[in-house]
Unconditional design. Structure first.
Length: 478
């Protein structure tokens, strides 16, 4: 019997072990979706504190003692706690067993040795996908995610080859930029530091390495794949990406429809569905009480769940917030990030008691309750490679209000499942908000749009099939 195609996912985070953003959701959800259609997909992640405490009974399967610049590195094997997918954990306490997050210390500063930390992840990924792997499981494809694994295709190229590599861009804004004098210490030849290699405007870019040396490039929505081939969305990489457009594919992310299911969501005070939507009203009442909002059933509730960054367009939201309130709406925000934006939302909530609630931080359960309670979901990102919350929102009957960019444009149908504005400005967002207020006043039309939104299928199955087709092409041409 022919063995299933084997895929090694190399990622710096994977839900539920470690998460800072959408990368973790993809790395946690896509491997089991691939397994469900017959592929053998396994994960490689760094051994952060949360990872080592989150897996049960890890066992050592390999040890590396001759990697230049590193001490002894152990490779552990365990199972993902939710899916049972095999996960290889890179156990190197010197780099990963820290009190802060995966990329920053407890004060929010980037770790000064990030180049070494993620070069190690890339190097081991390449070893496991190469001819000298210590494992008896040879991957047919090495699938790398974002800049933290960008050196793996380069290591494969310069160290004897191996499995074909796929490089997925989750967000081109994060490029892994380091000084040029790091190239040789990290084990790449000096010749690789050129335009035809890892050089990026005089610096050394991990992401550029992945984009140049990988056999194929994917990104997380079809529209974003087109946008990044031009300025400004290409962020300096547009020339290379346009040159490689024959090996560049946009595959839309999916969502975990078991975790994000309003008819069985344990985070919610009551269940609801497209066919039985009445529980959504009770979810709204419960959230208003939980967050100290006035218990007004007829006040349209605008939800926001986001990293607080310039990319997300939340400054445009702040400029429209007072008008939302003056028209009888309420706003609830959950997020953390830019201290100035955190302060601005705290101040907004303090100036509008009972009408605006701002929770600074991250709370998984609360994020589900906000989606379930909201009538509309604000996601006015300046750019958005894919986005997941607009898909969660539709499934939960919270009509998204989004800017026409990337995956937002690909997943929200203007006037059918939400509102899409094309002018990237506070005015453009404001016009979309006014359309939302007009719809809210027409209860029958509002119900029709909510029903259409909740009927959309954003499960991982379609995405998994698209990845399998790509993997099979690459494996056949190996």
């Amino acid at each position: 019997m022919k063995r299933p195609l084997s895929i090694l996912f190399a990622s710096s985070e994977a839900r539920p072990l470690v998460k800072t953003g959408g990368l973790a959701d993809v790395s946690g959800a896509l491997p089991p979706a691939l397994r469900d259609i017959g592929l053998d997909c396994r994960l490689l992640v760094p051994g952060y504190r949360s990872v080592l405490s989150g897996v049960a009974n890890p066992r050592e399967v390999a040890r590396f003692s001759q990697l230049p610049g590193y001490g002894e590195v152990r490779l552990l094997e365990a199972a993902m706690p939710d899916s049972g997918i095999t996960v290889y954990v890179l156990d190197y306490p010197w780099h990963y067993l820290r009190e802060g997050g995966p990329y920053q210390d407890a004060t929010g500063k980037d770790y000064p040795d990030s180049a070494w930390r993620f070069a190690l992840l890339s190097r081991v990924a390449a070893l496991l996908a190469g001819p000298n792997s210590p494992l008896d499981w040879p991957p047919d494809i090495l699938h790398c995610h974002d800049w933290q694994t960008g050196l793996a295709p380069a290591y494969l190229r310069f160290n004897g080859g191996g499995a074909p590599s796929v490089m997925t861009i989750h967000n081109l804004a994060y490029q892994g930029i380091f000084p040029p004098d790091m190239v040789e210490p990290l084990g790449l030849p000096a010749s690789s530091f050129s335009v035809e290699g890892v050089e990026y405007y005089g610096n050394f870019s991990f992401l550029k390495a992945g984009l140049f040396y990988a056999d194929w490039i994917t990104t997380v929505s079809p529209s974003y794949a087109l946008e990044i081939q031009q300025d400004p969305m290409g962020m300096g990489m547009q020339g290379l990406l346009a040159q490689r457009n024959g090996q560049l594919t946009g595959i839309l992310n999916g969502i975990d429809t078991a975790d994000w299911n309003p008819s069985s969501d344990l985070h919610l005070p009551c269940e609801f569905s497209q066919k039985a939507p009445s529980g959504k009203k009770r979810c709204k009442q419960a959230l208003q009480k939980e967050l100290g909002l006035e218990p007004l059933a007829d006040a349209p509730l605008f939800g926001i769940i986001s990293r607080l960054t310039h990319q997300k367009g939340l400054d445009w939201t702040l400029l429209n917030a007072r008008q939302i309130v003056e028209q009888g709406g309420q706003i609830v925000l959950l997020g953390t990030g830019d201290p100035a934006l955190e302060t601005a939302f705290r101040d907004l909530a303090a100036s509008q008691p009972g009408k605006v609630a701002a929770v600074i931080g991250y709370d998984e359960g609360l994020s589900h309750r906000i989606e379930a309670a909201s009538d509309f979901f604000l996601m006015p990102s300046r750019f958005e490679p894919c986005g997941l919350n607009q898909m969660y929102s539709q499934r939960y009957g919270a009509l998204p209000i989004v800017h026409a960019t990337g995956g937002l444009k690909d997943t929200v149908q203007d006037g059918e499942t939400g509102f899409v504005f094309t002018e990237p400005s506070p005015f453009g967002l404001g016009q979309a908000i006014q359309r939302a207020f007009a719809l809210y006043a027409d209860k029958k039309a509002m119900r029709r749009m909510i029903s259409a939104a909740m009927a959309k299928d954003y499960s991982w199955e379609g995405s998994a099939q698209a990845y399998r087709a790509l993997y099979e092409i690459l494996a056949a041409g190996r």
